[in-house]
Design a protein around this ligand. Structure first.
Ligand code: GDP
Ligand code: ZN
Length: 358
């Protein structure tokens, strides 16, 4: 029997995708969404309200790596704890999307920054911060996550001629909505809010100083960050107002705002690698032809790695898919377009230099 989404969970982002998973689980668990993940305990929200929860020993043991453990935005299954103690997280539902960053250090393990994010606002400001290369990079990382990118051109109040920027952004991302806004004046914010439906989850990314805090405050409303804040009891029995990372917006959408998510993509902002595909990129460096498409060209190191079972063919498939989306987004179907684009970028750089930040 297929379970219908529970009305009280829908506002939290519960969808048939998760309801089906719940129905096929072997054990009875209470679904909850993670508002804040910390090493010690998680703050979660159930249909009955907020709770504190800890990862069960079994789940911690079974998790193949850190990325399998619950993080902010995840849907988890709870089992009641002992008495008034925290509940146990015994299951992490398969994610609909997953924002990740390669973990620092020698391991290739990806760090999951947020789960089940539907839309990402890629925030840039209409001044010297504007950088098409970086914008393109963010779009790649967001597409890689499965979420939908929306380009937010903030500080419109500072820019007398935003048309130029809008066109440039549209060229690298013809499929992404572009919102021209001012967090200062409030212009364009209704259109931005309309990008996030009830029960949908949005995250903000972008460089420091572009106005993410200002936008976040606008989207949440002045006091909403604390509205309905969890009244949790800490270990000493004191009531504390818990810090959260996932917020409910007045219009019904949900907003995830964490320092990690904000900086998403910066690790690769100037590098040549696609987000999360360093292994394939490294192999591609050894292909005979620099522009090798890894589709049967002689001397292709990527296909050789697949033959040698050193590279998972599914991974190559995912890489190709991302590459295709990227080419589409970048409008790089042929060399002529690329050359034209380079020329425009140069013009744009000149334009930005001629109109420095005030
Ligand atoms: P964040 O680092 O991305 O969170 O950026 P902040 O929200 O802290 O904003 C950085 C600076 O830009 C602050 O001084 C804001 O007041 C200012 N700012 C943010 N949005 C706007 C805007 O739409 N117009 C103008 N003129 N300034 C803005
Ligand atoms: Zn190749």
């Amino acid at each position: 029997m297929q379970q219908q989404p529970r009305p009280d969970l829908i506002g939290l982002g519960w969808t048939p995708f998760f309801a089906r998973q719940l129905a096929s689980l072997g054990e009875a668990v209470q679904p909850a969404r993670v508002l804040l993940a910390s090493a010690a305990q998680h703050h979660v929200q159930t249909a009955d309200g907020p709770r504190l929860a800890v990862v069960s020993g079994r789940l911690a043991h079974e998790a193949a790596d850190r990325s399998a453990l619950p993080t902010v935005g995840d849907w988890v299954g709870l089992r009641p704890g002992d008495g008034a103690g925290p509940a146990y997280i015994v299951h992490t539902f398969t994610r609909s999307t997953c924002l990740r960053r390669k973990a620092a250090g020698p391991t290739v393990e990806a760090q999951v920054l947020a789960a089940n994010v539907d839309t990402v606002f890629i925030v840039t400001s209409l001044n010297a911060d504007f950088n098409l290369r970086r914008l393109e990079r963010y779009i790649e990382v967001v597409l890689d996550s499965g979420a939908r990118p929306v380009i937010v051109l903030n500080k419109a109040d500072l820019c007398p001629d935003p048309g130029w920027f809008r066109e440039a952004a549209r060229e690298i991302a013809p499929a992404a909505p572009i919102a021209l806004v001012s967090a200062l004046s409030g212009a364009g914010l209704d259109a931005l809010r309309a990008e996030v439906g009830a029960g949908e989850t949005v995250a903000l990314v972008g460089s420091s100083g572009v106005g993410k805090s200002a936008l976040s405050n606008r989207l949440l409303g002045a006091e909403v960050q604390l509205e309905g804040a969890i009244r949790a009891t800490d270990e000493r029995g004191r009531h504390t107002t818990a810090h959260r990372e996932l917020f409910v917006m007045p219009g019904g959408g949900l907003l995830i705002d964490t320092p990690g998510v904000r900086e998403l993509g910066l690790w690769s902002a100037d590098g040549g690698a696609l987000g999360g595909f360093d292994d394939v990129e490294a192999l591609a460096g050894a292909c005979r032809f620099r522009d090798c498409a890894h589709e049967g060209e002689p001397g292709c190191a990527v296909l050789r790695a697949v033959e040698d079972s050193a590279l998972d063919p599914d991974r190559l498939g995912a890489y190709r898919k991302l590459g295709a989306e990227r080419r589409y987004l970048a409008g790089q179907q042929d060399v002529r377009v690329r050359i034209e684009e380079k020329r425009r970028w140069k013009q744009l750089v000149k334009h930005v230099r001629a109109h420095p930040k005030r």
